[in-house]
Design a protein around this ligand. Structure first.
Ligand SMILES: [Zn+2]
Length: 410
């Protein structure tokens, strides 16, 4: 039993007619998490590397996100000040890394993600000049990904490739509530990404009309795989309706991925697992915890019930097997899986899912979790560590607008 990747979930689902309230230890728990992070991870240059995923830019994002939560209004200015402090080491690192030109558009691991968050933070504090400076740097970075294969490892996925760049561009526009990028520039990146996937799929005779590889692995999950690439192309407003041929291939690829959902509700990590023993990973990065955002987007676009059913099925699996031993974080931890319930809550309005999200929060504070969960390598970071957990806890105060970072499909 100790070999399981997850803690068995012994909690009950919400009973009918039971009122649902915000857990009373939620606010104090979140404030404790923030104290831990600021005590243990200082905003100094050696902590600024590895972008939003592991570096101080991820902490800056977390404070920026918290500054927008009404329940923490009293700390609004303090959180923005912290965001600015944690941003600085990451910006210093970006200057050093801008010599490695081809990595610059990297959203989760490199410069572009740091520029995006800088744009939002400077906008929030009313520094228009700095905000514009980072918009320009973000746009400059985008010129590099107009070459189809600008990276040798794979140029289309979320962490370093075009999908990540698109994700950041859409996020910046939604944070600044204005059009920053030319529509034709975003469309060109979509077109290139579709073309790249189509060529790859033809060359390797993929059963999916679009397929991609990252370091020679045809990943399917949100981490480096097909699902997030499709999700961000589909998120560019108007692209599908003005490019019917691409839309046809995108939808067929979404449906192919849907056909891979197993009886339990999970998805294989990569194409080389098909017909083999599966990894059974139920994470955001690999498996059901991340693929759901694609199907939620598909449901919102095409309004076909099968996509919603796929998300619900994945949600039921995560309820059973999503209390991961790997830790409390977003990428492969309890908070990342907890966000699936917040997604389902927004899709359905059903309190059952909000209750499930609360249960995942409460589980983080059980002896069972505190004693037996692993501590991630980067225990305070946004994607592996407590900064991501803090975002999840904060979003429980505003479930109507909650979303996994950079993955709001609504
Ligand atoms: Zn992961």
């Amino acid at each position: 039993m100790s070999r399981l990747r997850y803690f068995p979930n012994r909690a009950s689902d919400l009973q009918p007619l039971t009122p649902l309230e915000i857990p009373n230890n939620l606010k104090s728990s979140l404030l404790d998490v923030l104290t831990k992070i600021t005590n243990k991870l200082k905003p100094v240059e050696k902590n600024g590397e590895d972008g939003l995923y592991l570096g101080t830019a991820g902490i800056a994002y977390m404070f920026y996100h918290l500054s927008k939560i009404p329940a923490f209004k009293e700390y609004h200015n303090k959180y923005l000040e912290n965001a600015l402090n944690y941003l600085q080491p990451a910006l210093l690192v970006c200057k050093r890394f801008s010599i490695h030109k081809n990595d610059v558009p990297s959203f989760l691991l490199g410069n572009a993600g740091v520029y995006a968050v800088a744009t939002a933070i400077y906008n929030a504090i009313g520094d228009g000049a700095q905000c514009n400076k980072y918009i320009e740097l973000y746009k400059d970075a985008g010129k590099l990904c107009t070459k189809m294969h600008f990276l040798n490892c794979g140029s289309d996925e979320l962490f370093v490739g075009r999908a990540g760049y698109l994700c950041g561009a859409l996020w910046m526009e939604s944070e600044l509530k204005s059009r920053i990028f030319k529509v034709e520039d975003l469309y060109e990146l979509c077109r290139l990404t579709v073309e790249s996937g189509r060529k790859y799929a033809q060359q390797y005779r993929s059963p999916s009309p679009l397929m991609y590889a990252y370091y020679n692995v045809e990943y399917l999950g949100a981490g480096h795989g097909l699902c997030s690439i499709l999700q961000y192309i589909m998120s560019v407003p108007g692209y599908l309706s003005s490019n019917p041929k691409d839309a046809t291939d995108i939808k067929a690829s979404v449906d192919y991925l849907l056909s891979l959902q197993d009886d339990e509700g999970n998805f294989p990590t990569a194409m080389d697992e098909l017909g083999q023993e599966r990894n059974d990973l139920i994470h955001w990065c690999h498996g059901a915890g991340g693929v759901v955002y694609l199907f939620a987007k598909a449901y919102l676009i095409w309004n076909e019930d099968k996509y919603l059913q796929a998300v619900k099925k994945a949600g039921d699996l995560i309820w059973e097997k999503g209390l991961l031993k790997k830790g409390p974080g977003l990428c492969h931890g309890v908070a990342g899986n907890g966000y699936v319930f917040l997604l389902l809550y927004r899709l359905t309005g059903d309190n059952k899912y909000l209750h499930r999200a609360h249960v995942f929060f409460e589980f983080l504070y059980t002896d069972e979790f505190q004693t037996n969960a692993r501590t991630p390598d980067n225990p305070y970071s946004l994607y592996e560590g407590l900064a991501g957990t803090a975002c999840f806890l904060a979003d429980l105060f505003t479930p109507q607008t909650a979303s996994f970072p950079f993955s709001d499909v609504f």
